[in-house]
Every structure is written in C-alpha cells, then in structure tokens.
Ligand binder design. Sequence first.
Ligand code: CO
Length: 463
Amino acid sequence: MFVDTTLRDAQQSLIATRMRTEDMEPVLDAFDELGFHAMEVWGGATYDSMVRFLDEDPWERLKTVRSKLKRTKIQMLLRGQNLVGYRIYADDVVELFIKKVADYGLDIVRIFDALNDVRNMSKPIEVSKRFGLHVQGAISYTVSPFHTIDYYIDYVEKLIDAGVDSICIKDMAGILTPKIAYELVKLIKKRFGVSVDIHSHCTSGLAPMVYLASLEAGADWFDTALSPFSDGTSQPPYETLHSAFIEYRRMEPMKTGTLRFLVDHFSRLREKYREYDVGRKYPDTMVFIHQIPGGMYSNLVRQMAEQGMMDKLEDVLKEVPRVRKDLGYPPLVTPISQIVGVQALLNVLHGRYRIVTNELKRYVKGLYGKPPVKLDPEFVDMILEGEKPVDVRPADLLSPELREAKRRGGMLVEREEDLLTFVILGKVGEPFLRRKYEKNLRIDFEYVDDMMKFTGDVPVYPI
Ligand code: CO
C-alpha cells in the first residue's frame, strides 16, 4: 500500500535531483524486497536534471531500474501534454513518448496538468491506455476561494470520463489538511469507487496527519520516502507510517534487515550531496500563505542567493500569492510555478508587470490551458495589449513536430529516445546529445553544426 518516492520526488525535493543511477543501482534489489505497491522513479525534473547536469541518458536509468525491479511496479510522473518538459507538445510527440515508456516496461503513469485542465490530459490518457499502462489521474491540489470540495469532485468525474484507472491527490506544496483529505477521499471512494493515492510533502508538518486521516477515509496508496530522504520538503518516512498503519490494515511486516542496509546507503548519499541539500530543520508554516512547493522554493532561494538578492526574498514570497490571484489561482506546479515565481521576482525588482515574461503572456493567452478562475478582462488587456485570448485545447494549435525535429537533429536523433530528448529539452537536450555522440562516434562536428539550426527549446506557437 506504499509507493516509494525516494528515487524521484524525495531526491528532487531535498538534493535538487542530483542522485545518479550509480547511486541507485546497487540497492534496487533490496528495494524490490520491501514489497512496495510501486516505486516512482522518473519524471520531468529527473529527465531534465540527468540531461542538463548529470550527463546521463534518462532512458538508460529506466532500463536499469526495470531490469532490477522484478515484483515492484515502476511509476513515472507525467506533466500531461507537457510530458517531461515545460511547454505543450504536439500530439505526435506525446504518442511517441508514451509508446517508448511502455516499451521500456513502465507500469504506471501518473498524469497531472498544472491547471487541472482535462483537455491537456486527454491525449496522454488515451495513448497510455492504448499501450496498456495503468493511468493514474492526479488532482493538482491547491487552496483558493474557488477550489472547493465540489470543484475537485467535478474534476475527478472528468478524469474518470477521460479514462483514468485511479486517482492521486497530489499535494505538491504540503498544504492539504487532514479534514479536507478525509472528506475528499471519502467522497471519491463513495462516488466513483476507484483506488486513491495520497501524495503530500512534509513542508508544513501536516503530511503524516493527512495520511492517517486519508487511511481512515479508505485511501489505498500512500507516497512515502525512506527515512534518510523523508521529511522537510519531502514525503513522510516509510518506516514511521508503516509502524502506524500496520495497526489499521493487514500488510507485510517491515523487513528490518533490508531496511537497515537501505537506510545506511541513503544516509551516506544525503551526506554525499550535502551541497545541494536545502532541507529545513523545522516545518515551514509560511507555506500556507505562499503555497510554494518544495522544489520551486529551493530553486528560487538558490537563484536569488546566486544573484545576491536574498534581502528581497520576503518581498518575493509576498508577491507570489498576488500574482497567483491575478492569474486565476493556478496550482503552483511545473511549469506554472516557474512562471509565477519569475514574474513575482520581476514585479518586486521593477514594479508590478512593468516587465512581463513571454511565458506569462502565453499563459494569459490561454496557451497553457484554461485558468481555474476567469481572468479580469482589464488584466488580460494590459498583458496582451489588445490581443484576444484563445479558448481551444492548446495542443490543437500545434502541427506535428517530429518530422521537422528529425530533419534538424540529423544524426544526433536517429534513436527515437534521442529524438525525444531533442524535442522535449531543446537547448538543454542538444549539447547533451552532442557530448554523447562525440564520445561514442567521434563525429566531425563542424559538419553537424552546419546541419543543425535548431536552437529553440520553447518554439514559438504557430499563432
Ligand atoms: Co511531490
């Protein structure tokens, strides 16, 4: 009944996703003995960080993990039509990406959309079902005057109509409270009878209470991390929750020998990656106000520290909820969290909306999907300078992308996996592929330079 997140969300929330495959490989057999329902091992930040910082092929990691996990299901987190990237991709990219993960032996795909706009999830859901994956539809949980229990139940109904097999309540910022969790789980179980997974973060300190309340309401799966990578902005500790939950439900006893080995291993890793460690020593209750998820918070602090702007941090944290309100209360999750964070920073530095990012313009135009609450027409006018927003499924505005990318990528993208990295990560993917082929094939790169004119990682929309 537990889903382990150590290799995905936990290391993302605590050590900026720097864990290497070589850190994981020696302990995968041991993980497999613990009897988790699933292990989440892959997602957008994993993919990006491996390509950008670790110089590792994300697909190789998936292969390694699959070969070692014999009884545990493998799960990934997919950003709906944004896949593992930062923009909406055309349907042909979605098709190829999901076909590939299915080929690699993935079992469960957890799909969310940052705006809870089902139109951004319908294609990935349909394709995943077609390739035989278990599809878990995730609620991106947020709090606003608009996000009531009724809203979430409506949304779950839409997800189920779109074909999902189970539901995840994904509380990326750790702001879900026990009573709401209880009511939500209870209603979802009663109305739809599907399995429910609870995903929260310990940021505010509420997560273990939320998990217990959800257990009592009948939730099926609980996302936890091994203790050395738990707590802080990460998930609650598996060992702790197991000790509590075994009094409520029949489950396998804890394998203490195996656990001791794993805990030793991951304590050493926590030490090894100390320079990236932003773990807090006590709960951050400000999160109820700014709602910034762990991953976004650590990035924001890092960026501001690098630019010597830490004295402005409080102002930026206060500006984040104001920008969020202007944008119709979107949940703060990738890629929307970054758009809100950067705009809040610009507003503090230069005055409110004196400088507006292109991403914010695209958001207001409707190119990321439908904001949860209708935007104030005056605000829309100010940002779009008279242009009109669109009201269609964003991917419907895109023509197929793969053919053109293949032409531009030439010999770098002959493998489909590489083509996907090239399309999804653009400017970040290209140098990675060059390095990779330089090592393996010793290609003459002046020739390739000539062939490759592809530079944009966020191509301009054809409208
Ligand atoms: Co999370």
